[in-house]
Ligand binder design. Structure first.
Ligand code: UD1
Ligand code: UDP
Length: 384
């Protein structure tokens, strides 16, 4: 039996690792699969575990309100030391660029346990943007022995860096997760009613869309945008929502206090009829809403990968991206965090049918929904 541990801790890692856990679990004749969560996120992680019905074997439960990078790094490193010593896996699989990912890879390295990196090779080559993720993923790339790149470009980055070990192009497992969810939603009337109800409970009545209102869906959480960046984002949202009263703006707020405080600061108790600040949505509801949105304004990595596949234009509130494939395909544009640029970008897409049609062609540069199958098959064929 090949004993493989998968570790993850935040919402996006969970969404992207869940299809892989599910795929490994189909082959329990070959693999002994151990799932460890660090709990870097709590509620937002648990939402995903519940949806995919994953019960972790280990849960470090490290999250503290307002944690900083030292807290997360040290708790994951020490927690993973103990888990790895006890479970003794043949291999540890980590994902992407979070602190969970890098600190876990380091913990495995100290015990000389080989590491596989899922979503490997994404780069901006700007250590301050995204921060600290660019450093996180470069460090994990140095440690890992098996690298699973979503695209040709991310594989090229790793080749140019002369990382050790195997580099495989698999597509991104986020597309596996997305297809799983869109398939589930499609043609299921009962589920549709449940999602309608859960959105209403979160604070948005989907009947507004059925009556013809367009939706701009907004998310934001990047550390390099904390402070002035988020204040600007909020000011821009206020301006565009007041300018386009025929459009609804929905912002499921990340639970990070650094995201929520500026919202309170800019909006106070002021209510704007077409602006909805709601709690983070469970993945199924979020995808349901993405499918029904007109366009998306975000600084998220995962959303930049999902929205193009749904044919939704994305304006990215960042100055760099490690996901240039969808920019090249024309469905994603960078607008940064300048108030005027955000307002201009959104208004242009709302006002110009020509621009909208150009950006809303469905493309899927990030995968075909079979990334997990490829990764499992790689380890099936490998002697570890
Ligand atoms: C983390 C990752 C980032 C990833 C993002 C996805 C690092 C350094 N950052 O950033 O790469 O893009 O997750 O969302 O690894 N909180 C809760 N409940 C939750 C989640 C967060 O209350 O379920 C609050 C807590 O106060 C917590 C804070 O948010 O201390 C920050 O969480 P943290 O994981 O440190 O940072 P993120 O900004 O979420
Ligand atoms: N997402 C979600 N609920 C929300 C907002 C986002 O399930 O309210 C999903 C989204 O579809 C994507 C992932 O969370 O798959 C992105 O997470 P986030 O933006 O927090 O992190 P990033 O991808 O930037 O690391």
């Amino acid at each position: 039996m090949k004993k493989i541990m998968l570790v993850f801790g935040t919402r996006p890692e969970a969404i992207k690792m869940a299809p892989l856990v599910k795929e490994f679990q189909k082959r329990l004749d070959v693999f002994d699969i151990i799932v460890c969560v660090t709990g870097q996120h709590r509620q937002m992680l648990d939402q995903v575990l519940q949806l995919f019905e994953i019960v972790p074997d280990y849960d470090l439960d490290i999250m503290k309100p307002g944690q900083d990078l030292y807290d997360v790094t040290s708790r994951v490193l020490l927690g993973m030391r103990d888990v790895l010593k006890e479970a003794e896996p043949d291999l540890l699989l980590v994902h992407g660029d979070t602190t969970t990912s890098t600190a876990s890879a380091l913990a495995a390295f100290y015990l000389q346990i080989p590491v596989g990196h899922i979503e490997a090779g994404l780069r901006t080559y700007n250590l301050n943007n995204p921060w600290p993720e660019e450093m996180n993923r470069q460090l994990t790339g140095r440690i890992a022995k098996y690298h699973f790149s979503p695209t040709q470009l991310s594989a090229e980055n790793l080749k140019n860096e002369r990382v050790f070990g195997n580099i495989e192009i698999t597509g991104n497992t986020v597309i596996d997760a997305l297809y799983w969810v869109t398939d589930k939603i499609k043609n299921d009337n009962e589920l549709y009613l449940q999602l309608e109800y859960s959105l209403a409970k979160a604070g948005y009545d989907i009947k507004r869309i059925q009556k013809g209102r367009k939706v701009v869906l907004i998310t934001g959480h990047r550390r390099e945008n904390f402070g002035e960046g988020f204040v600007n984002i909020c000011k821009a949202i206020r301006e565009i929502s007041e300018k386009h009263t025929d459009v609804d703006f929905i912002y499921p707020m990340h639970l990070n206090p650094n995201v929520r405080v500026p919202i309170l600061k800019v909006f106070g108790k002021k209510q704007i009829d077409n602006l909805f600040f709601i709690e983070p949505l469970e993945y199924l509801s979020f995808v349901f809403l993405m499918e029904r949105s007109y366009l998306i304004l975000t600084d998220s990595g995962g959303v930049q990968e999902e929205a193009p596949g749904l044919g939704k234009p994305v304006l990215v509130m960042r100055t760099t991206t490690e996901r240039p494939e969808a920019v090249d395909a024309g469905t994603v544009k960078l607008v940064g965090t300048d108030v005027d640029k955000i307002v201009e970008g959104v208004s242009h897409l709302l006002n110009s049918k020509e621009e909208y049609d150009k950006m809303s062609k469905a493309v899927n540069p990030y995968g075909d929904g079979k990334a997990s199958i490829r990764i499992v098959s790689f380890f099936n064929d490998l002697n570890i």
